[in-house]
Design a protein around this ligand. Structure first.
Ligand SMILES: [Mn+2]
Length: 324
């Protein structure tokens, strides 16, 4: 299956506007900035998306990664922050923005909006055009990359139904459909780049996330095996959330219908390595399972910027993580 000339890849987690940290990581990995872009003589970088928001060097991050991609030195998949930015800056047929300009959405995008003021609209428009051309997932020879969740059904749906124009851009009508709650397109985009979620029990008051937004849904550790799912009873056993909130879920029993859904969830048996970002891990980077690794270790919250150096192995190794 693996050809002898297969390229080796450095898969890099959510950067969130921390360009200087990215430069440090690339240098540690042996990339050099020559003739205006970073390159490695034998390797390619793969970005898992979420280049923007939260940090202070959004344009610098975008320029750095875009020049690598355009010169064939890197690949990228779209993160939920790129998708949100597209919707925030695109109007639907009713004239309203696809992502409402409310307080919560403004706050999440504030650092970029400030940089647009400084750097000007034309530069930003170019980046938005680039976002439209980003794939939502990559299926490489020996591994897969997606921002949040590799779900066979959602991936198959995306392959058939995510419409791009002749230039490979996601169309306005696709974005409008993807921004409309309840459509199949919306659901597929949610799973792929925001991850699977389950609702809390009806009588649960909800939990506050790191941005102090009240949430009635929690992210699922979709990488749990069928074996692990068989014995779960409470929310803390299946939820990907910060430690404080996790402790609050220790006594919360999963209702039978959701339990059934979790147990029937079909991501089992496929051993191909999958790399994701998105999940705000902390501590020492390590694989989540034999074949799933998350590369988001919260650089935007004082954590680390993380890379996995992949050399063809199908069982992922903790020793292949490199971080700054
Ligand atoms: Mn992220």
């Amino acid at each position: 299956m693996l050809s002898y000339k297969m390229e080796h890849y450095d898969i890099i987690g959510d950067v969130h506007g921390h360009a200087s940290r990215l430069e440090k990581l690339l240098e540690k990995l042996g990339y050099q900035n020559l003739h205006g872009y970073y390159r490695h003589p034998e390797r390619k970088a793969v970005f898992v998306g979420d280049l923007i928001d939260r940090g202070n060097e959004n344009f610098k991050t975008l320029e750095l990664v875009k020049t690598m991609v355009h010169n064939g030195r890197a690949l990228i998949v779209m993160g939920n922050h790129e998708f949100n930015a597209l919707c925030y800056h695109t109007r639907g047929s009713d004239g309203n923005y696809l992502r409402p300009h409310n307080e919560k959405n403004y706050r999440q995008h504030k650092k970029v909006l400030e940089e647009i003021q400084e750097r000007g609209e034309p530069a930003w428009k170019n980046y938005l055009e680039w976002f439209r051309r980003m794939p939502l997932f990559l299926e490489m020879d020996g591994f897969r990359v997606i921002h949040a969740c590799w779900d066979r059904q959602a991936v198959d749906f995306a392959r058939k139904n995510f419409i791009r124009d002749a230039d490979g851009r996601l169309t306005d009508s696709f974005l409008a459909e993807a921004a409309k709650k309840g459509t199949e397109t919306y659901e597929a985009v949610e799973i792929l780049i925001k991850g699977k979620e389950i609702v809390l029990p009806r009588d649960h008051p909800g939990l506050y996330d790191k941005d102090q937004n009240l949430r009635k849904k929690v992210r699922v550790r979709w990488w749990l095996t069928a074996e692990e799912r068989r014995t779960v009873k409470t929310y803390d056993q299946v939820t990907r959330i910060d430690e404080n909130n996790l402790a609050k879920l220790a006594d919360v029993e999963i209702p039978p219908d959701i339990l059934k859904e979790l147990r029937e969830d079909g991501n089992t048996g496929d051993r191909t390595p999958v790399f994701v970002g998105h999940y705000w891990f902390t501590g020492t980077p390590r694989p989540l399972t034999e074949n799933v690794a998350c590369l988001d270790y919260s650089v935007a919250l004082g954590g680390r910027l993380v890379c996995y150096r992949w050399g063809g192995e199908q069982t992922l190794l903790q020793s292949n993580f490199v971080f700054v």
